[in-house]
Design a protein around this ligand. Structure first.
Ligand code: SF4
Length: 865
């Protein structure tokens, strides 16, 4: 029987039908009835079945790295938090949470910290994702309200994507937009310093200078005013601050955007002349030292033109994580309370305290993420609980954060597998995973969906809400945390939201307090009589005291750290199509490592030539905070003076690929969100003595200056490089593979300095190593596929003569290689993405590779090897 649940990855919040196979796995399909995806899934969602299973799971608590019983672990946690409170007060304890948590878990954590421990030191990795949007919304609307719906992207005539690589980061929403564009000719503008995959559907790409978004939207506001596109009636009736915002906009210099005048002029024309405009924005706006101002610069344009809250109009923040919105709703951040109530507001605090019957409440905001780890480093935080996030990798200045965790007196980490952060914990608590636990999540358009269990939880792990409640019970607050199911937690959360409704705020889901939790269908709030079409602000009524929206004067500021002669590259960071966060889940799926299997840095061809960097060579990146070694991808998708690197790799998968170790912990002064996309780095070639590529049935832990490993269907693959060759390659390889006795086949080319070793047993390959003085050229997917079958053939490194080499995988779902697609384009004269799909099936499953297929069509077909 299929169970309806929700994808645990991004904020699109796609519905899933999971059909257990009876052996601990499940077949995964898109839910045709879920309003977010109507049956679609992206490559990550489609591969969720490969991430199930118990391999690598934490199955019992650990105290000081040793297995322990639940009672001992929970007693210790309660005792150490109680001792910190007793000896050092509420400011000495903190929770660091995650947008991966279910709303019920988030609610319990927030209630425990704010209502019972009496501290507002509860923050979340959503601080790294969309805190600037929360702050911008609150400044403009009085509450953190997303005005629109996903449908608005399909109803708009112009969709502006600002700092959002929708094609790779919110793929199903991208597919919806692409389909609407094909059906009704929606114009799409992409504002991004980098030419991302999303640009394949852009009618106009604006390759803006990093950090100049506010200047661009100030130019839009000025143009709206100058071209008669301001909705003066709406502004007069519903908006405050228009004149000051326009004056600030007029004072800013659109030249700082670096855009060509002609491109800027087209954009201004389109924005001013199109009534149905949606501006989608994401991390490219938020992750900035002026992120809140950038958000308000966008909101100003929609408020001035009155294009908000009506079909096909509005600013639209898309969240990164599956439950960033649920975290916002329960107030799981250091500067919020619950149900969009304000922690600074005494009446709000008193109402929540009365509802909770809590003994103490913080009197103001607590420490935001960056401040929290600094406080831990300085001994101010004595007890810290980290839940479902990996800050030793994902926080800016990640090495300093890891050091702070080590320095903190007492650290608890709840997670499902070992991570860089669990290794630093005093106590590790094993939690139930997606597919085992039960709760709700809220997606980017305010739709609350159930995550339902479809697998039995293994013996050992427990639900997060129960773990938190058990600790609360041990601290003497059992009565207030005495729920017996997540349904009861949800009912309390929904009932509490009636206070927000009574106080005139947006988040009131009290009509759901008595819902049938088990069968609750996807439900977008507002609910009940407040529903009014599901959008906010079309009636011009905002959640400020006078019900008028606020336009905010914005003076653009460049990124906090300036480039200079020594550090002249601006480092943009982001995600790749097929991985999620620090790969603790997506890294388990072989299909998701086919597309990109190692960390890389994109650099412009002219900069690469200046630095003597060849494609596929290795580069060393450095900042005062940290160092990285990355594979070089030479491409004009990035501009000169800029480089791009993805965020996903960890000490487990590529120790020199931890990108956030390079990023300074500079934050936006209002939102506290770090500037994760504008570090200033030096880039230099690395000159290793050798490069290598290895495949093996078991994982590898190489002794090499550079390595990056990934799962495959046949075992593991690993890229390697070293500064000096080992004295005995065979002995080194035997140690790497843990194969002291296997038969070794060897092919050596002394003239080229290359060496190939295969280790076999009964004629079947167990492992192979390919070494050369330059980056190793191989048909890697072919070598991976041969592992475990052929013996000597694997040493050829490519298909036999006459057999086609499919090339690196481009379509992960159907495993179609780049060369196969290029050959089909060339030989069959294909002219469209649909024709490619008919010919070789690429792009016909999740559709996530369609932008790359379009890019191949634009290339010369002769590029096929
Ligand atoms: Fe999951 Fe992909 Fe849908 Fe995001 S777009 S929720 S990752 S299936």
């Amino acid at each position: 029987m299929s169970i309806r649940t929700t994808c645990p990855y991004c904020g699109v919040g796609c519905g899933i039908l999971a059909t257990p196979d009876g052996t601990g796995g499940a077949r995964i399909a898109g839910d045709p009835d879920h309003p977010a995806n109507r049956g679609r899934l992206c490559s990550k969602g489609a591969a969720l079945g490969q991430t199930l299973g118990l391999e690598g799971r934490l199955l019992c608590p650990l105290i000081a790295g040793r297995p322990a019983g639940w009672d001992a672990a929970l007693d210790l946690v309660a005792q150490r938090f109680a001792a910190a409170l007793e000896e050092h007060g509420p400011d000495s304890v903190a929770f660091y949470l995650s947008g991966q948590m279910l709303t019920e878990d988030y609610y319990v954590a927030n209630k425990l910290m704010k209502g019972y421990m009496g501290s507002a030191n509860v923050d979340t990795n959503s601080r790294l994702c969309m805190a600037s949007t929360v702050a911008g919304h609150r400044r403009a609307f009085g509450t953190d309200t997303v005005p629109g719906l996903y449908e608005d992207l399909e109803l708009a005539d112009l969709v502006v994507l600002a700092g959002s690589n929708l094609a790779w980061c919110h793929p199903v929403l991208y597919q919806r937009l692409a389909a609407a564009r094909a059906a009704r000719g929606t114009k799409v503008v992409v504002i991004d310093p980098r030419r991302t995959a999303t640009c394949e559907i852009a009618d106009l790409h604006l390759p803006i200078m990093p950090g100049s978004d506010a200047a661009l939207f100030n130019a839009v506001l000025t143009a709206l005013a100058d071209r008669g596109a301001v909705d003066h009636a709406f502004v007069a009736a519903h908006v405050a601050g228009f004149d000051a915002a326009l004056a600030a906009a007029r004072a800013s210099d659109p030249g700082t955007t670096g855009l060509r005048t002609a491109d800027l002029s087209i954009f201004l024309d389109w924005f001013c002349s199109t009534e149905r405009v949606v501006t989608v924005f994401s991390q490219g706006i938020n992750q900035s030292s002026s992120g809140t101002d950038k958000v308000n610069a966008i909101l100003n344009c929609h408020l001035a033109s009155g294009r908000i809250g009506r079909p096909g109009t509005g600013p639209f923040s898309v969240t990164g994580q599956p439950n960033a919105m649920g975290g916002r709703e329960v107030g799981g951040m250091a500067n919020t309370l619950a149900c969009h109530l304000e922690i600074e507001n005494p009446a709000h605090r008193a109402a929540v305290q009365a509802f909770w019957g809590s003994p103490r409440m913080p009197q103001g905001p607590g420490l935001k993420a960056v401040e929290m780890f600094r406080a831990a480093a300085h001994g101010q935080i004595r007890a810290l609980w980290i839940i479902h996030t990996n800050p030793a990798v994902s926080m800016p200045d990640a090495d300093a954060v890891a050091a702070a965790i080590r320095l903190c007196d007492f650290v608890v980490v709840s997670d499902i597998t070992r991570t860089d952060t669990t290794r630093l914990a005093d106590v590790v608590l094993p939690a139930t995973a997606w597919g085992e636990k039960s709760g709700t999540v809220t997606n980017s358009d305010r739709t609350i969906s159930r995550q339902r269990p479809f697998l039995s939880a293994p013996e050992g792990p427990r639900d997060d809400w129960r773990i938190l409640a058990d600790v609360a019970g041990r601290m003497g607050w059992g009565e207030a945390f005495g729920w017996t199911s997540p349904a009861e937690v949800f009912a309390e959360h929904a009932a509490l939201s009636s206070i927000a409704g009574q106080m005139g705020l947006d988040f009131d889901i009290s009509d759901l307090a008595a819902c049938d939790y088990d069968t609750l269908p996807p439900t977008r709030w507002p609910v009940g009589p407040r529903r009014r079409g599901g959008r906010f602000f079309g009636d011009g009524r905002f959640f400020t005291p006078d019900h008028r929206a606020r336009m905010v004067p914005v003076t653009p500021r460049p990124p906090a750290v300036a480039t200079g002669p020594r550090r002249r590259f601006r480092l943009n960071t982001g995600r790749i199509r097929d991985q999620w966060h620090t790969m603790t889940r997506s890294g388990r799926a072989p299909a998701l490592s086919r597309h990109i299997a190692e960390p890389f840095v994109e650099i412009h061809p002219v900069d690469a030539a200046d630095l003597g960097l060849e494609p596929a060579a290795l580069a060393r990146l450095s900042t005062p905070q940290g160092r990285a070694i990355l594979r070089v991808a030479v491409t004009d998708r990035v501009q000169r003076g800029q480089v791009f690197a993805p965020i996903h790799w960890t000490a487990d998968t590529a120790p020199t690929g931890r990108i956030d170790a390079l990023v300074a912990s500079v934050t936006d002064p209002i939102s506290g969100q770090p500037e994760s996309k504008a570090a200033v780095v030096t880039v230099a070639p690395l000159a290793p003595a050798w490069y290598g590529f290895a495949v093996a049935r078991t994982s590898m832990n190489p002794d090499a200056v550079y390595w990056a490993r990934a799962r495959t269907e046949t075992g593991w693959r690993c890229e390697l490089a070293g500064m000096s060759p080992p004295a005995d390659w065979e002995a080194w390889a035997r140690s790497l593979f843990g194969l002291p006795d296997a038969c070794c086949l060897r092919v050596e080319d002394p003239g080229r300095g290359s060496l190939r070793l295969a280790f076999t047993e009964e004629g079947r390959s167990l492992a192979a190593l390919f070494v050369a003085p330059e980056p190793v050229e191989l048909a890697r997917d072919h070598v991976v596929a041969l592992l475990g079958t052929a013996g000597a053939e694997i040493l050829a490194g490519r298909p036999a003569q006459g057999q086609p080499d499919p090339g690196p995988t481009l379509c992960s779902c159907l495993n179609v290689g780049r060369n196969t697609i290029l050959r089909a384009i060339s030989e069959r004269g294909l002219r469209s993405v649909e024709a490619i799909g008919s010919a070789v099936q690429a792009g016909t499953a999740c559709g996530g590779c369609r932008p790359e297929l379009a890019a191949l069509l634009a290339m010369r077909p002769e590029a096929a090897e």
